[in-house]
Design a protein around this ligand. Structure first.
Ligand code: ATP
Length: 198
């Protein structure tokens, strides 16, 4: 049977338990063998808005994946110059793994922006696009391009975002439970997010 591989891109600024549960849900509900976390160098729709440097986001994403053999981290978008277009990443995966079933994973907020992405139709032809919806909060499917099929899989609601984690650091609040302890320790050791404004 073809390898089933989930691809989860994000800014991971910082990575948090919402990302972990998203990956776990995908592994269990979609019967994936593996999920690859892919930090973006510069997400086109969030250009200029990442806070921590690429090397910190990569290190923290590796800490989030930890020793879980079902998860890995690929710096492919950090190594590529310029804006990080998902279509370039999925093409690279398709070329390297011609027979694998590639499952491109998105949260609802990300999926809502799909019509603005580069070549969404090509993306949908190379990978299954799956939106992990959060609880009952779904406002229905947005108007995706006609050549794009997006599946929806319900996931447990984990009400944590990187925006909130950064705000907690600025406010001097503890991060326990929001991010794995290793990520919290990394943020403290490198003094990330404390003095940034947004
Ligand atoms: P920010 O708050 O800075 O916008 P974020 O928490 O949404 O960041 P990203 O790294 O941009 O994190 O997200 C990567 C992917 O994970 C996106 O597809 C996003 O929709 C999804 N995601 C983030 N947080 C959650 C969560 N709590 N539950 C489910 N999906 C999530």
């Amino acid at each position: 049977m073809a390898e089933r591989l989930g691809l989860l891109g994000g800014t991971f600024d910082p990575p948090h338990v919402g990302h972990l549960f998203m990956a776990y849900t995908a592994l269990e509900e979609l019967g994936l063998e593996h999920v690859v976390l892919i930090p973006a160098r510069e997400q086109p729709l969030k250009a200029g808005r990442t806070t921590a440097g690429a090397e910190h986001r990569l290190a923290m994403t590796r800490l989030l994946a930890g020793a879980d053999r079902r998860l890995s981290v690929d710096p492919i978008e950090l190594e590529r110059g310029g804006l990080s277009y998902s279509i370039d990443t999925v093409r690279a995966y398709r070329a390297a793994r011609p027979t694998a079933q590639l499952v491109f994973l998105m949260g609802e907020d990300t999926a809502a922006t799909l019509p603005k992405w580069r070549e969404p139709g090509a993306l949908a032809s190379l990978a299954r696009l799956v939106v992990l919806t959060r609880g009952e909060a779904s406002g229905g499917a947005p108007a995706w391009p006609a050549d794009v099929t997006v599946e929806r899989v319900a996931t447990r609601r984990i009400d944590v975002s990187a925006t909130e984690v950064r705000a907690r650091v600025r406010a001097g609040l503890p991060l326990r439970g929001f991010v794995p302890d290793a990520v919290a320790d990394y943020i403290a050791a490198h003094d990330l997010y404390r003095t940034t404004t947004e």
